[in-house]
Design a protein around this ligand. Structure first.
Ligand code: FAD
Length: 468
């Protein structure tokens, strides 16, 4: 640890810190290892110290002290991000918000809370208070924080009805602390939310969140099997387009992924079954049953409220979104994934083209997503990894066809997004983090404004692996 870092750590001695080297190592990592590309480059990264603030005042103090000593600060919610978002590229301080879990106010249609509360705990508090729940959550509901979801995630369970986090109305207000000689506390609404949401904590730390709520339901979770992948995709799309049926999830898993990777489902299906995972509101079940009866090719094999399966499959949403990749990886470590935007109105045509091109190297996993009122698909395709060059080629072929890729094998905001600079995030970083100490290395536009995106960005100041 260099002298500046040691001085900052000592100046923060009165705030809870983790001293156990194994804990410091663990809290310097997220789920970056999903990507063989990131695993190669980031495995050695480690913070110099980890500090666990309990209040906004302690967050402000950590940022003030680290600013004074030029020490980088990388914020951690629960470390479930997939792209190394929460990993300290230059060491320094990891600030873990695990104690900032207060639910401050709940009103009809909205909740105000601290960022470190787990999504499941936030949901429980809202349900218990007034029968409400958050509109959407990442499939890491049981383990991820609301602050990490807003700063590092994009959408998930609920996005088939409500759209993504960045859609207007899905975040109401964020309270943000800057990293300056004297940190400021700012409140953002409306247009200003885009400065810090999905900015990986590179330009401010979120200390309070106001989110919209929806009525809570005991969702009926189901699996439906069919022999025809495209029929399954149509089923999911048509269900999401049934205006009178309320759903929270519609996922499609191409055969043989469910048979090969979903061990609790396997006894109930055959290798050539494509599976659809669903969450439907209980009062919509009559409508759903009518919808299902019109599609005799689809077999309802599981419903959570009437199950006779000897072993429960657990929550159906824990098969969807990025949990699909996790389940596949546990069975076959050579699997990796891509994040594809199959946009309306060409979504089904693009999916069929990619299947013609890549089956069986890629198995399709689709999530129904609503964007600007249109039903389309997010693809979290399961890819048999051979090498980086082939992965690049696969990405190029998708993009040339018009299927946009959000590259999950990159640690920067730009490369994981639309490969372009977000001017609002950059402008706010200039104001809120003048020394560039917040989660360094994650915003290319800050480090290298002339970058062309023609190859993978390599942050020059990234800590080097220790000599063997
Ligand atoms: P972390 O990983 O700790 O942090 C994420 C980013 O936010 C980091 O850059 C961190 O520095 C920053 N950050 C955290 N808290 C703050 C704060 N208070 N202020 C400023 N910056 C902050 N993502 C989805 O969007 N949808 C999914 O459905 C989904 N499914 C997943 C399934 C699996 C199995 C896994 C492993 C990941 C999945 N993810 C998904 C990614 C990830 O779980 C989510 O984005 C999650 O919500 C992140 O929360 P976290 O608390 O773990 O955040």
């Amino acid at each position: 640890m260099d002298t500046n870092t040691a001085a900052a750590k000592a100046a923060l001695a009165h705030i809870e810190q983790d001293e156990n080297p194994a804990t410091i190592k663990a809290k310097s990592r997220d789920f970056f290892w999903y990507s063989p590309v990131l695993k190669d480059r980031m495995d050695h990264l480690e913070a110099d110290f980890v500090v666990n603030p309990k209040t906004e005042a302690e967050v402000i103090e950590i940022l003030r002290v680290c600013y004074a000593h030029d020490v980088p600060v990388t914020t951690r919610g629960a470390g479930t991000g997939n792209y190394g978002q929460a990993m300290p590229m230059r060491g320094g301080c990891v600030m873990h918000l695990r104690h900032m879990t207060a639910v401050k106010e709940i009103h009809p249609g909205r909740v105000i809370c601290e960022p470190g509360i787990l999504l499941k705990d936030l949901d429980s508090a809202c349900k218990e208070h007034s029968g409400q729940e958050i509109r959407m959550f990442s499939s890491t509901w049981a383990t991820a924080t609301i602050g990490g979801f807003i700063a590092g995630g994009s959408g998930g369970v609920g996005s088939c009805t409500w759209g993504s986090l960045r859609d207007l109305g899905n975040i109401i207000r964020l309270r943000v602390v800057t990293m300056e000689a004297e940190p400021r506390v700012l409140e953002f609404r409306g247009e200003e939310l885009a400065r810090v949401s999905h900015a990986y904590g590179t330009n401010g730390i979120i200390t309070e969140i106001e989110m919209p709520l929806a009525p809570a339901y005991d969702w009926v979770e189901m699996f439906v099997a069919t022999k025809d992948f495209i029929a399954a995709a149509r089923f999911a799309e048509e269900l999401a387009n049934e205006d009178g049926i309320l759903i929270k999830l519609a996922s499609v898993y191409e055969a043989p992924a469910p048979f090969d990777y979903f061990s609790r489902v396997r006894p109930h299906i055959e290798a050539d079954d494509t599976l659809i995972g669903l969450m439907v509101a209980p009062h919509s079940m009559d409508g759903f049953e009518t919808f299902l009866a019109r599609r005799p090719e689809a077999r309802l094999i599981y419903r959570s409220d009437r199950s006779d399966w000897p072993k429960t499959p657990g929550p159906v949403f824990e098969y969807g979104w990025n949990h699909t990749t996790l389940r596949a990886l546990k069975v076959d470590p050579a699997i990796t994934y891509l994040q594809v935007r199959y946009a309306f109105p060409r979504h089904l045509e693009l999916i069929e083209r990619m299947r013609d091109e890549f089956t069986p190297e890629i198995l399709q996993h689709l999530e129904v997503l609503r964007e600007n009122g249109k039903v389309m698909f997010a693809g979290l395709s399961l890819v048999k990894f051979s090498d980086e060059a082939r992965l690049e080629e696969i990405i190029r072929i998708h993009e040339e066809a018009g299927a946009m890729i959000f590259n999950p094998h990159r640690y920067t905001l730009e490369e994981g997004g639309r490969q372009s600079v977000d001017d609002r995030q950059l402008a706010f970083k200039r104001e809120a983090d003048p020394k560039g100490l917040l989660n360094p290395g994650k915003m290319i536009a800050w480090d290298d404004p002339g970058w062309k995106y023609d190859r993978m960005y390599a942050y020059p100041a990234m800590s080097k692996p220790a000599e063997a």
